[in-house]
Design a protein around this ligand. Sequence first.
Ligand SMILES: Nc1ncnc2c1ncn2[C@@H]1O[C@H](COP(=O)(O)OP(=O)(O)OP(=O)(O)O)[C@@H](O)[C@H]1O
Length: 269
Amino acid sequence: MPSPVPEATSNAAPAARAVIDARDLVKTFDGNTAVAGMSLRLAAGEMLGLIGPNGAGKTTLFNLIAGSLKPTSGEIWIGGLDVSQESPERRIGRGVGRTFQIPKPFLDMTVLENVLAGAQAQDGETLLANFLRPGHVRRQEKLAIDKARTLLEFVTLSGLEAQPARVLSGGQRKLLELARILMADPQAILLDEPAAGVNPALLEIIIERVLSLNAEGKSILLIEHNMDMVSRLCSRVVAMALGKPLAEGTPADVASNAAVIEAYLGAVA
Ligand SMILES: Nc1ncnc2c1ncn2[C@@H]1O[C@H](COP(=O)(O)OP(=O)(O)OP(=O)(O)O)[C@@H](O)[C@H]1O
């Protein structure tokens, strides 16, 4: 007779593998608490929305996950490893890419050069490699340029590759930034308000491209005030306020949650 399966495991859905696991994070700035005990798990292949009123701590949480800020306490795990003390560059290498609310491209560099800047350290960047293996370095550079061009096509900016980035609109700069982070082949992409200040036509392109990246298997963590975009992309949403989780559920459930509505109203008042 087969041994009975313990109830706790037989009924439990298999836990989705977390790409990003932020554990009980706290971040204070000169005594002011921006993130006050926030935990969040982004599963492999998931698109998770992060909403909350201005000042809730969303961007600070991104900065902690991406490594540009170190937590006051708590831990960040990426792909099953504790990376809390690692640099932002190491975390890019571990497959985390992030965009900023206001992209800051190198304005005097071309659009193509800006995308190339997103490549992980290449052999071509070391003098020694140039000296010892110039043919290999040239091949690497050509591969990087081909990849950057493919990504520019993906974000519909191919026609502008030779232009300086300063000619791009705000929405185009967001697309450029997306291409730049894709150079490092991220598994998880953190998008900080991709819809803000973007015209409706470009926003549709951004939404389509995010869907297509997710269809390729990339996990997406999306900070966004535009609930239409959140509803179209995310099946799960976490709302935060005052640095803490406030509610979690489907976009419709969270948007109609009384505590969430009150937090937004409080932020407006
Ligand atoms: N570098 C910093 N130094 C001091 N205070 C900071 C710093 N970064 C963020 N804060 C403070 O932390 C709190 C949370 O800010 P954060 O930008 O994370 O919120 P947010 O939810 O992203 O807001 P928004 O939706 O307006 O972008 C705010 O009170 C902010 O002023």
